[in-house]
Write a protein that binds this ligand. Structure first.
Ligand SMILES: Cc1ncc(COP(=O)(O)O)c(C=O)c1O
Length: 395
């Protein structure tokens, strides 16, 4: 399912699954009617029964009909066997890492990653569990190959990366992982399953913060893991259901399932608006460099065309001005909201050096985040208002 495929029916199938694959969901409401929208099962416990009446679910921490329906839908959207829904993107990430990496193990990670993931790796895995972590510039898969050895437990890549919008070649890194028989996990949050299919490209596990595009409305924190790997699934499912008990609540599952229905429609408009905003910024004389995978000027545009079926709504740019001017720009925006997070219907900007000084200081060392970098999550507003807002706020 890539942008270059002539067979557009893949896209249709994706949208059909997103809108609601009835056969994977419990439809009988109990009131003598078939629900078009599956109900939210808030019950924490289910009546014990035997024989034909036996329940699939006993206790909601372990499994719940609303969560099971969402997990099946997420797995189908990623083209994977097993889906798991977690209480946050970080819960999905940490569960994956802790399931695949033993104390004293070895991880090779792309150097441009979400600051929370970087903290988890350095503070918990390195600091508490004695894990050896190599951060490498994974834009060159040879660097990954150089860092991996027979004792490596996990290769981690976030593509496109937060906030530098770097891309990592999933197929080439999967080849390295196969050669050394190492698990390979991709954080595909920025792309969403609509724009990128890591499992099809050879990754073993795909992780998402559903807080972002999958839910899409900035009103639910959640995470997802999809995998074909039985061992990775069994360990992460044990952690979710028992060991860590960090599954997504039924109500949040309902919100994500509702959000997923409009994922294809939203992603297409996110991309249209982001392309227009990226081109506007590229032409602005107070903007130095725009990073958007859909721009021909992105150094990895060819890779984006190859491994993504859409370019998404995330971009970043370097502001040409002083820190004081940068602050005035952020404060001067009226349609864009300055703030953390991304992937919702509303446009947001984040200036890491201004809004996340501690994280900025850390990431500057590891991945060269410029002080004047502005990360933009382009929403679904009228693009004329977005351009006008930027024109007014930029000096
Ligand atoms: C790429 C990426 N992965 C994971 C996360 C963590 O997700 P959550 O905030 O839902 O825990 C984020 C959060 O911003 C992110 O940007």
């Amino acid at each position: 399912m890539t942008r270059n495929d002539d067979d557009r029916s893949d896209r249709n199938r994706f949208a059909t699954v997103a809108v609601g694959a009835a056969e994977t969901e419990p439809r009988r409401s109990g009131g003598g009617a078939n629900d078009v929208v599956p109900p939210v099962h808030l019950s924490t416990t289910f009546e014990w029964a035997t024989g034909e009446d036996a329940n699939e679910h006993d206790y909601s921490r372990e499994s719940n009909p609303t969560r099971a329906a969402l997990e099946a839908r997420l797995a189908r959207l990623e083209g994977g066997e097993h889906g798991l829904a977690f209480a946050s993107g970080m819960a999905a990430t940490s569960t994956t890492m802790l399931s695949l990496v033993p104390p004293g193990g070895h991880v090779v990670s792309s150097d441009s990653i979400y600051s929370g993931t970087e903290k988890l790796l350095t503070e918990h895995l390195v600091g508490r569990l004695g894990v050896d972590v190599d951060f490498v510039d994974a834009r060159d898969p040879d660097r990954v190959a150089d860092a991996v050895d027979a004792d490596t437990d996990l290769i981690w890549a976030e593509t496109p990366s937060n906030p530098l919008i770097r891309l990592y070649d999933i197929r080439s890194i999967a080849d390295v992982a196969d050669e050394y028989d190492v698990a390979f996990a991709v954080d595909g949050t920025f792309a969403s399953p609509y724009c990128q299919a890591p499992l099809e490209l050879g990754a073993d596990v795909v992780v998402h913060s559903t807080t972002k595009y999958l839910n899409g409305h900035s009103d639910s924190i959640g995470g997802a893991v999809v995998t074909d790997d039985e061992e990775a699934f069994e360990r992460s499912a044990f952690a979710q259901r028992v060991g860590l008990g960090n599954g997504l609540s039924p109500f949040d599952c309902f919100l994500v399932a509702r959000g997923v229905k409009t994922l294809p429609a939203r992603m297409e408009r996110h991309e249209r608006n982001a392309t227009a905003v990226a081109r506007f910024l590229e032409d602005h004389d107070r903007v130095d460099r725009v990073r958007y995978p859909g721009l021909e000027s992105h150094p990895q545009h060819d890779l984006a065309r190859e491994q993504m079926s859409g370019y998404g709504g995330m971009l970043s740019f370097e502001f040409d001005g002083t820190p004081v001017e940068l602050e005035a720009f952020a404060e001067g925006l009226e349609v864009f909201t300055p703030g953390a997070s991304l992937g919702g219907v509303e446009s947001l900007v984040e200036v890491p050096s201004l809004m996340l000084p501690e994280e900025f200081a850390r990431s500057e060392e590891s991945a060269e985040v410029p002080e004047t970098l502005v990360r933009v999550s382009v929403g679904l507003e009228d693009v004329r208002d977005l351009r006008e807002d930027l024109r007014n706020a930029l000096p």
